[in-house]
Design a protein around this ligand. Structure first.
Ligand SMILES: Cc1ncc(COP(=O)(O)O)c(C=O)c1O
Length: 446
C-alpha cells in the first residue's frame, strides 16, 4: 500500500537553523523537570505551524489532529488572530486590572454574549487549572458549604486544588489532596454498568451522585464539577439525561453546578457552542481555557452576577489575568469562529470523520468503540470486544506509526488505549481522508 499523501497546501516553512532535536532533547533532560514527558519514542520537534498543519525542523509537514492538546482552536498562526495580536503587541503589553483597558472590558462583553441565561460575569485567568481553582473557591464562598462532587476519570488540572478534583491516579501526586472532594461513578457507558442505549442510563449513572451526597457529605454540598465530555479520560460522553438529573440533585443539596468547558467549548462539539448544551442544562459557573486563546495563555470563569458577588468579600487579584494581549487574541478567536463558520465545520467535518472511523471499526476488531461529537472524537482500542481488555501496547503502535506517516493524534484514557482526535476546528474533509488512510494502515500493522 502506498504511503498516504497529505492534501496539497500552499505554505513554505522558513528554513530552520536552530539546534536539532537531539540537542534540544539533551537540554530538556539537563535543565527541565523530569516530570515533563514527550510523546513518541523519538520525540518530534515542531518549529512552525500553519492552520491545521505543523512542520518539523526539516520542513516536513504533519496533519495536527490534536492541536497542542485541544488548544489550537482556529488554526496555528491564524492570520487574523496574528494581525490583531501583533497590533496589540506593538501598542501595549501589560496594564494589570488597576487601570482601565478596553480589550478586557469589550472581550468580557463578547464572551458573555455567547453564554445563555444569567451567565454574564467574567473573570480572566491564565490556565484551566487556575480557572477551576477559582470556580471551586467561588462555589464554597457562595454556598457556605465545603463538600464538592467531581467524577471519576475526570481531569481538571494539576494545581493542588484542581488535582484534587482530577480523578486519575497517574495525575495525582502522593501528597494530601482532594479535601472535601468526593468522586462519583464515571458516566462511562462503554465501561460502566449501563451502556449508552440502556433504558434510563443517564438517570442510573446520576443516581450515584445522589448516593454520594447522602452517604459521603453532610447532605449539603458546595458544587458539582464535570467536563461535559471527559477529555483526558478518553473522549467519554455521558449518556443523555445525565446532567439534568445530576444538576437537580446537586441544587437540592444547596450546591452549584460547574461545567468545565476547557476542551468542549467554543463550538468544537459541532451542534452546540458549549458542551453543556448537548445535555440541555445551564450551569451556574463555566470554566474555559485552551482553545479560548488559540495557544495564548488565557482562561476564564463565567458566572452569574449573584454568584460573582461572593468574591467581593476580599480583593482578588491576578497579575496577568485579562491582559491586553491575551484578551485581544481571545476577541479575534471569537470573531474567527463566527466569521469562518467553524462550529458548522466541526459539525460537518466531525460527522464525516466519525463515519469514517466507524467504517474502520467494521474492518479492525481492535476498535472497541468510536465516540464523541464534532471534532472531539475518541477511538478506544481493545484486545477483544468481548472482554474489552485495553489494547494499550497496540495503541502505542498505532500512535507511533501514525506519526511516522504524517498524522499527529493524542493518547488518552486511564489505560492509555484511546486515540484522541481533537484537531484545529478548520480541518477539511480532504484532511480527514488522509487521516483515515493513515489510521487504516497503522491499525492493520498493529
Ligand atoms: C478538562 C480540562 N480542565 C482543566 C485542564 C487544566 O488546564 P491547564 O493545563 O490550562 O491548567 C485541562 C487540561 O488538560 C483539561 O483538559
Amino acid at each position: 500500500m502506498a504511503a498516504p499523501q497529505l492534501p496539497p497546501y500552499d505554505h513554505q516553512p522558513r528554513p530552520y537553523e536552530g539546534p536539532g532535536p537531539g540537542e534540544v532533547r539533551a537540554l530538556r533532560q539537563r535543565y527541565l523537570t523530569p516530570s515533563l514527558v514527550t510523546y513518541y519514542q523519538n520525540p518530534l520537534m515542531v518549529v512552525e505551524g500553519s492552520m491545521q498543519y505543523l512542520y518539523d525542523e526539516t520542513g516536513r509537514r504533519y496533519l495536527d489532529c490534536i492541536g497542542g492538546i485541544v488548544t489550537i482552536s482556529v488554526g496555528h498562526c491564524h492570520p487574523y488572530v496574528l494581525a490583531k495580536t501583533r497590533e496589540q503587541l506593538e501598542t501595549l503589553w501589560h496594564t494589570s486590572p488597576i487601570y482601565l483597558h478596553p480589550a478586557v472590558a469589550t472581550y468580557g462583553e463578547m464572551l458573555a454574549a455567547r453564554l445563555p441565561g444569567e451567565l454574564s460575569v467574567c473573570y480572566f485567568v491564565n490556565s484551566g487549572s487556575e480557572a477551576n481553582d477559582l470556580a471551586l473557591m467561588m462555589a464554597r464562598l457562595n454556598t457556605g458549604n465545603y463538600d464538592v462532587i467531581a467524577l471519576r476519570n475526570g481531569y481538571h488540572g494539576g494545581t493542588p486544588s484542581s488535582m484534587g478534583l482530577t480523578s486519575h491516579s497517574n495525575w495525582k501526586y502522593n501528597v494530601p489532596h482532594s479535601f472535601g472532594v468526593h468522586h462519583a461513578l464515571a458516566p462511562y457507558p462503554y465501561r460502566g454498568p449501563w451502556g449508552r442505549d440502556a433504558p434510563q442510563a443517564g438517570a442510573k449513572y446520576a443516581a450515584d451522585v445522589g448516593d454520594v451526597i447522602r452517604f459521603a457529605t453532610p447532605g449539603q454540598v458546595a458544587a458539582f464539577f464535570a467536563e461535559t465530555i471527559q477529555g483526558v479520560g478518553g473522549s467519554v460522553e455521558c449518556p443523555p439525561g445525565y446532567l439534568k438529573e445530576v444538576y437537580a440533585q446537586v441544587r437540592q443539596a444547596g450546591g452549584l453546578c460547574i461545567a468545565d468547558e476547557v476542551q468542549t467549548g467554543f463550538g468544537r462539539t459541532g451542534e452546540f457552542y458549549w458542551g453543556f448544551e448537548t445535555q440541555g442544562v445551564i450551569p451556574d459557573i463555566v470554566t474555559m481555557a485552551k482553545g479560548i486563546g488559540n495557544g495564548l495563555p488565557l482562561a476564564a470563569v463565567v458566572t452569574t452576577p449573584a454568584i460573582a458577588e461572593s468574591l467581593k468579600e476580599r480583593i482578588h487579584f491576578n497579575t496577568f489575568g485579562g491582559n491586553p494581549i491575551s484578551c485581544t487574541a481571545g476577541k479575534a478567536v471569537l470573531e474567527v469562529i463566527d466569521n469562518e463558520n467553524l462550529q458548522e465545520n466541526c459539525l460537518s467535518v466531525g460527522a464525516y470523520f466519525k463515519d469514517g472511523l466507524l467504517g474502520l471499526m467494521d474492518k479492525h476488531p481492535l476498535i472497541g468503540e468510536v465516540r464523541g461529537r464534532g471534532l472531539m472524537l475518541g477511538v478506544e482500542l481493545v484486545k477483544d470486544r468481548e472482554s474489552k481488555a485495553p489494547a494499550t501496547e497496540e495503541c502505542v503502535r498505532v500512535f507511533e506509526r501514525s506519526k511516522d506517516l504524517g498524522l499527529l493524534v493524542a493518547k488518552g484514557g486511564f489505560y492509555g488505549n484511546v486515540l484522541r482526535i481533537k484537531p484545529p476546528m478548520c480541518l477539511t474533509k480532504a484532511d480527514v481522508d488522509f487521516a483515515l488512510e493513515v489510521l487504516d494502515l497503522a491499525l492493520s500493522e498493529a
